[in-house]
Unconditional design. Sequence first.
Length: 267
Amino acid sequence: VHKNVAASTQSQALNAIVFLYKKVLFLPMTDDLAPVRSKKQVRLPVVLSQSEMAQLLSVMTGTNQLMAKLMYGGGMRLMELVRLRVKDIDFNNGYIIVRNGKGGGDRSTLLATSLVDELHAHLKQTRNLYEEDLKSGHANVYLPNALAKKYPGAPKSWDWQYVFPSNKLSKDPRSGAIRRHHVNESNLQKAIRAAKNKSGISKPTSPHTLRHSFATHLLESGTNIRVLQKLLGHKDVKTTEIYTHVLQQTLNNVISPLERLEGLINN
């Protein structure tokens, strides 16, 4: 309060004191402590316009461009994208299943039709890499929880492989097994940062900006906010409603419903 620190810093200090008493000193905390809590300010998300998004994607190339397109086209978070498995892409129905997203839940999101051919070509290259790992005995992808015990053959199956695998084999620090992990998320972060500078965009831009832009552009096109909530995986619609505040900046594009009735009224 006196040093005017951020709300998160104040909360961290309070949590540290509580941890000290409960876990280290094993002393009870009084029920009427009543600390002064800072209210976290609502920050509007940074959103790129559709033209800015086109500029950003146009200067990107290769796998990073494909990943950025998927992220913007489906509103996925960065780690949801890099952890995507082959089995989670449904080409026939045109959607992507996001497994174990934020909060531990699963959801389905959009697969842009324009990306189907490009994604098929990418998976063909990934399949070649997988076949090489099979021959060398290193086709052993990581499975969450105890799925590897429940499905012993799954780590070597094509369906469970990462859509965006790493170029190098690595040693799993948990089990010591040599396997191919997913691509490092920092690669896309650096690529988007470089594309932002190259395209001359002045707004702070990160991979999460693509998710914000996906949500805002869908609302601008008339998508129901409840549908958007499901696509983004928000448990509370209030979280999704933050994008309606961004829309206030583009009220000049909104047409009053009365304008559409003028012709009927006059007749």
